[in-house]
Design a protein around this ligand. Structure first.
Ligand SMILES: Cc1cc2nc3c(=O)[nH]c(=O)nc-3n(C[C@H](O)[C@H](O)[C@H](O)COP(=O)(O)OP(=O)(O)OC[C@H]3O[C@@H](n4cnc5c(N)ncnc54)[C@H](O)[C@@H]3O)c2cc1C
Length: 552
C-alpha cells in the first residue's frame, strides 16, 4: 500500500462509507479509509432479525459504557458503537428515520448555516432508494435501499388503529411530508439483508480501484504540521504506521471516537489536554461537550393470543427462521420486526413531535438480554428533545484507553415529567378498542405503578439508551467558541481537517440517527470536493394546524 493519498477518511461507519463512495466517484482522487473493525460477513450482521447479537459482541462493538449516571441511581448504561465495516449501521436496529424538518431548521438557527430542511432534503433524496415512500418527497435512485415490513402480525395494525382511536392522525410516510402520526415503520433492509452503509456505499465503491480500505487499523492521532493536518498515525498488526493526505483528513469515527481522536491530536479543551499530558494544537473547549442521546422505556403488555414472536423464542424455531433466511432471504429473519411506529406531541403548544414510538410484537429488551415469560407486545417510547447534556473525556493519552462517557441522563426536571407523560399516553393507546382482542395484564411498569413517585422510580430503574449519542464536535458558526466544526465541517483552528458524522449534530434529531449520519456524509462530501451544494428545496413540511391548542 502506498502511504500517499488525497483524502484519508477515519472510520468506515454510516457517514464514512457515504464519503468513501462520493469522494472516490472521481477516479482522479486517491482515497484511503482506515477502519479498526473487520469484516461484516455472516448472518449475525446480515440477517435483520439477528440484530440483538452484534451489539453485544466484542468482535463488532467497542464495548463502551457510561460512567455511573448520577440521576439514574448510579447505573452505567451500555453505549454500543459499531466496530466493523459499516460501523454502527452494521450493528443497529435498521430503523430508518430522517428526522423532522424542524430539526434541521433548528440546526440552522444554532449556527449551522446551509443545513436547514430545505438544504438537507435534496441530500436525503440523493442517498435514498425508497420502496413505498411518498412520491416527490423521497429519493428513488440512491444507494441506500429503504423498505417497509410485510406487517405479518395483526398487532402492527392494532397499534396504528389504536392511535387513530385515541384521536391521533395517521401518516402515510413519516419520512415524507408529514412525520407526525401513526404509521408503518421503515427499515434499511434490501432483498432480505441488512442494508448497512457498507453494503450500500462502501462495497460498490471498493470496486473502483482508487479507494483503499485498511481494516484492523486503529487511528491514534492526526498528524499536524504548522496547524495543518497532513496525515494520520495508525496501528495495524502491532505496527505503528503513517499515511499522508495531500488534501484532507476527515474524521468519521462516531460521536464517541471522533472527539477522542481530536483530543489525542491536541485539539480540545486546553486544560483537559494538559491534564492528560497532550500538547495543545488548538484550544477548542467544545470538543467532547454537548453529548446528547435518546432514552427509552420498554412498556410491555401481555398478549392473550399466542401470536407474538414469543412462539419463536426457542432454538428450533430460531434455526428454522435462520435456515429460511439463509436459503431464501425471506421470512421473519428478513425483518427487524419494528414495523409500525408513531411520532406524537406530548402537549399542546409543542410545534412538532417530541415523542417517538417503536412497536414490537414481542415483550423483550432491545439487546435481547431478557424476554417476558410469555406472549406480549411492547412499545419503545421516549422523549426526543431532552435538555440534558453530557460530555466525553479522555482517561489517558494512550489511544487504546476507553474514554470517559457521562451523559447526565435525566438531569432536567422536564425529563421526568416527559417520561411520565410517555407512560400515561402509552397506557391510553394500549387501552383502546383495537387492542381489546389481545390485551392482557400490563407487564411493565405494572398496574400498581401509578403515582408520580412510583413512575419516577420505575423510570430511574428501567430507562435505557436508544443508542443515539451525538453532538460532541458540534457544528456552528466560526466565531462560536463552543463550535468544533464550521458549517462546511472544517475543524475550526486547524487546516486540512474535517469531522463529518453524528458528532457534528448541533442538536439530536427526531428519530434514529443512521439516516441523518449518512446525510451528513453525503453533504460533507460536496463541501470537501468544493462542489456547489444541491439546489435548496421549496417543499413545505406538514405541521399540525392546531398545534398551539391541541395535543393530537
Ligand atoms: C445497537 C445500536 C442500535 C441502533 N439502532 C438504530 C436504528 O435502528 N436506526 C438508526 O437510524 N440508528 C440506530 N442506531 C444509531 C446509528 O446507527 C448511529 O447513530 C450511526 O450509525 C452513527 O454513524 P457515525 O457515522 O456517526 O458513526 P459509526 O457508524 O459508529 O462509525 C464510526 C466508525 O469509525 C470506526 N472507528 C472509530 N474509532 C476509530 C479509530 N480510532 N480508528 C479506526 N476506526 C475507528 C468505528 O469502528 C466505526 O466503524 C443504533 C446504534 C446502535 C449502536
Amino acid at each position: 500500500m502506498s502511504d500517499q493519498f488525497d483524502f484519508i477518511i477515519v472510520g468506515a461507519g454510516s457517514a464514512g462509507c457515504a464519503m468513501a463512495y462520493r469522494l472516490s466517484e472521481d477516479p482522479g482522487n486517491r482515497v484511503l479509509v482506515l477502519e479498526f473493525g473487520g469484516t461484516d460477513v455472516g448472518p449475525l450482521i446480515q440477517m435483520p432479525a439477528a440484530l440483538s447479537y452484534p451489539m453485544n459482541m466484542p468482535l463488532y462493538d467497542w464495548g463502551y459504557a457510561s460512567e455511573p449516571e448520577p440521576h439514574l441511581g448510579g447505573r452505567r448504561l451500555a453505549t454500543p458503537r459499531g466496530k466493523v465495516i459499516g460501523g454502527s449501521s452494521s450493528i443497529n436496529g435498521m430503523v430508518y428515520v430522517r428526522g423532522h424538518a424542524c430539526d434541521f431548521d433548528t440546526w440552522e438557527e444554532m449556527g449551522a448555516s446551509g443545513w436547514g430542511y430545505r438544504h438537507v432534503l435534496p441530500y436525503y433524496k440523493r442517498q435514498e432508494h425508497s420502496h413505498g415512500g411518498q412520491e416527490g418527497w423521497r429519493g428513488s435512485e440512491g444507494p441506500l435501499h429503504v423498505q417497509r415490513g410485510t406487517k405479518w402480525n395483526p398487532l402492527f395494525d392494532a397499534f396504528k388503529t389504536a392511535g387513530e382511536q385515541a384521536g391521533y392522525g395517521v401518516t402515510a410516510d413519516y419520512n415524507g411530508e408529514r412525520q407526525e402520526g401513526f404509521g408503518d415503520m421503515e427499515m434499511t433492509v434490501h432483498r432480505g439483508r441488512r442494508w448497512s452503509a457498507a453494503n450500500a456505499y462502501l462495497k460498490p465503491a471498493l470496486k473502483r480501484g482508487n479507494l483503499t480500505l485498511v481494516k484492523g487499523a486503529l487511528v491514534r492521532r492526526v498528524l499536524i504540521e504548522d496547524k495543518r493536518a497532513v496525515g494520520v498515525e495508525f496501528e495495524t498488526g502491532g505496527e505503528i504506521r503513517e499515511a499522508k493526505a495531500a488534501r484532507e483528513v476527515i474524521l468519521s469515527a462516531s460521536s464517541i471516537n471522533s472527539p477522542k481522536i481530536l483530543m489525542q491530536s491536541g485539539i480540545g479543551p486546553a486544560a483537559h489536554l494538559a491534564e492528560m499530558g497532550i500538547d495543545v494544537v488548538a484550544d477548542r473547549p467544545g470538543v467532547g461537550a454537548n453529548l446528547q442521546d435518546h432514552l427509552e422505556l420498554y412498556l410491555q403488555q401481555a398478549c392473550t393470543q399466542p401470536i407474538t414472536l414469543y412462539k419463536h423464542w426457542n432454538l428450533l424455531s430460531k434455526a428454522m427462521i435462520g435456515a429460511q433466511w439463509l436459503f431464501l432471504k425471506q421470512g421473519l429473519g428478513a425483518s427487524n420486526q419494528f414495523e409500525s411506529c408513531a411520532f406524537i406531541r406530548s402537549k399542546a403548544g409543542v410545534k412538532y413531535p417530541d415523542i417517538q414510538y417503536h412497536f414490537l410484537p414481542f415483550a423483550v429488551r432491545y439487546d435481547g438480554q431478557a424476554a417476558a415469560e410469555g406472549h406480549g407486545f411492547q412499545a419503545h417510547v421516549g422523549p426526543m428533545r431532552s435538555k440534558s447534556r453530557g460530555r466525553i473525556k479522555l482517561t489517558s493519552s494512550d489511544p487504546k484507553a476507553k474514554p470517559s462517557i457521562l451523559f447526565n441522563y435525566m438531569s432536567h426536571d422536564e425529563d421526568w415529567e416527559d417520561f411520565r407523560t410517555c407512560i400515561r399516553l402509552t397506557r391510553e393507546i394500549f387501552g383502546q378498542e383495537a387492542f381489546a382482542p389481545y390485551r392482557g395484564k400490563e407487564i411493565q411498569p405494572g398496574d400498581n405503578v401509578q403515582s408520580n413517585e412510583d413512575l419516577n422510580d420505575f423510570i430511574r430503574e428501567h430507562v435505557e439508551s436508544a443508542y443515539h449519542p451525538c453532538g460532541t464536535c458540534r457544528m456552528g458558526a466560526k466565531d462560536d467558541a463552543m463550535a468544533v466544526v464550521d458549517p462546511e465541517c472544517r475543524v475550526i483552528g486547524v487546516d486540512g481537517l474535517r469531522v463529518a458524522d453524528s458528532s457534528i449534530f448541533p442538536q439530536i434529531t427526531n428519530g434514529n440517527l443512521n439516516a441523518p449520519s449518512i446525510m451528513v456524509g453525503e453533504k460533507a462530501s460536496d463541501h470537501i470536493l468544493g462542489k456547489t451544494p444541491l439546489p435548496a428545496s421549496n417543499q413545505e413540511p406538514w405541521i399540525h394546524p392546531d398545534w398551539e391548542t391541541s395535543q393530537r
